[in-house]
Design a protein around this ligand. Structure first.
Ligand code: CTP
Length: 414
């Protein structure tokens, strides 16, 4: 998965290998990630904050009780901000604190408060690494779903030779790229609604909108890429459908609601991307209405609100709605979030140059108390970023982490 726009919280702890973290920051930033460096007090003895600030373009955070820094982004907000938490190098002391849940400095507090996947890259003297205490801690972390990259074997700064070297920054960059991906949504059944609905006036005419279904299909693709089983319930669209999704074609809002209700039983996630027509003619004629020169009034009634209906269901899946807006995106999206009892609302601007039909667009992902901007980018890239965000929100840490990559290099103590 692309590192672009990924929010990486990089913890650096007290190890001589801390200098390699500078190169890691450079590689992550080069690839488009936002990197917030947090240094433990011991790390400050090994590498300068100014170097890391210059490379990350952000102030380095060091202290838990830093009033100025806390005012701009509190440690809890920082923990929520992160898509991935990486500690490289992770000292023996850091592993011990992480394993026991000690929160006596900023980095450890963030590790406890985050819901993002955590990756640690230990680096220390070989004897310290092999010490049963360290191995016990590593084992506990792996059991808990933390991804641990085994240290490289080789010559150490202390003069010994053995395991304990921090792997190359490029290797770490690749591991971060894979963190929380691939099988992040394995076992999850997702229902996605896409495209417009059509509300017939008579056999020849209907009410609809400009939705192409592209974003819904891109989301279905991105969910499939992450291992989810996807049911795509779509209105009339003429773009290729994701081949691996179970596709259900519908026409009207009422049919879409019926199809959603029939498929949400065992689903954990509903992404309501469809541009459902809000009104339908109160009466539909069986025969074509003849043209006349007289003005004609069409009486409309509201269609069922599919997302709001699901919002009232108990239990209900994780609900992601889309808010098509022309103005005040965040505010309007949050109002819809509350009104429909959704978990996330994705606002997209519609208008002459945005939204429906456009291949490039921007999104604002809004929850009860935060907003995340994505784009401008292609709908497929935005869909991937959105799905990764959903994966982190949906899954507990242990099931988000993908061990397939780590398996080759992960150390188990028993
Ligand atoms: N939605 C729905 N059923 C409807 C209308 C909307 O499920 N009858 C869902 C959409 O799929 C989307 C969200 O509700 O996820 C918001 O849709 P939007 O059209 O932006 O807002 P509306 O609720 O229709 O309000 P308005 O058109 O006034 O902005």
């Amino acid at each position: 998965m692309t590192l672009r726009y990924r929010k990486v919280l990089l913890g650096i702890t007290g190890s001589i290998a801390a200098y390699k973290a500078c190169e890691l920051v450079r590689l992550l930033v080069r690839d488009g990630a936002e990197v917030q460096v947090v240094m433990s007090p011991a790390a400050e003895q090994f590498v300068g904050a100014m170097t890391l600030e210059a490379l990350s373009h952000r102030p380095v955070r060091t202290a838990l009780f830093d009033r100025e820094a806390e005012m701009s982004m509190s440690h809890i907000e920082l923990a929520r901000w992160a898509d991935a938490v990486v500690i490289a190098p992770a000292s023996a002391h850091c592993l011990a604190k992480l394993a026991t849940g000690l929160a006596d400095d900023l980095l450890m507090t963030l590790c406890l408060a985050t819901r993002a996947p955590i990756l640690v890259a230990p680096a220390m003297n070989a004897a310290m690494w092999e010490n049963p205490a360290t191995q016990e801690h590593v084992h506990a972390l792996i059991e808990r779903g933390v991804q641990v990259i085994s240290p490289d074997v080789g010559e150490q700064a202390c003069g010994e030779t053995g395991p304990g070297r921090l792997p190359d920054p490029e290797y770490l960059r690749a591991a971060i790229e894979e963190l929380g991906t691939d099988s992040a949504l394995k076992g999850v059944h997702a229902v996605v609604t896409a495209g417009p609905t059509r509300e017939p006036i008579d056999p020849a005419r209907f009410i609809s909108n400009f939705s192409t279904g592209r974003m819904g299909c891109a989301i279905a693709d991105a969910l499939l890429e992450r291992g989810a089983q996807v049911t795509l319930i779509h209105g009339p669209i003429d773009i290729p459908l994701p081949p691996d999704a179970d596709c259900v074609a519908v026409t009207t809002a009422a049919e879409m609601l019926d199809a959603v209700m029939a498929h949400v039983g065992d689903c954990q996630l509903l992404v309501a991307n469809a541009a459902v027509a809000d009104w339908r003619p109160r009466e539909t004629t069986g025969q074509k209405t003849r043209k006349s020169q007289e003005p004609r009034t069409l009486e409309l009634e509201p269609t069922p609100d599919i997302l709001a209906t699901l919002g009232q269901k108990e239990p209900r899946p994780f609900l992601v709605g889309f808010a098509a807006e022309t103005e005040n995106l965040e505010e309007n999206a949050r109002t819809k979030l509350r009104a429909k009892n959704a978990d996330l609302m994705v606002a997209n601007r519609i208008g002459p140059d945005d939204g429906f039909g456009e291949t490039e667009t921007t999104l604002e992902v809004v929850d009860a108390d935060s907003v995340m901007q994505l784009g401008p980018d292609s709908k497929s890239t935005l869909a991937r970023q959105l799905v990764d965000h959903i994966a982190v929100r949906l899954s507990p840490v242990s099931s988000v982490v993908d061990f397939s990559h780590a398996a080759r290099r992960t150390t188990r103590s028993r």
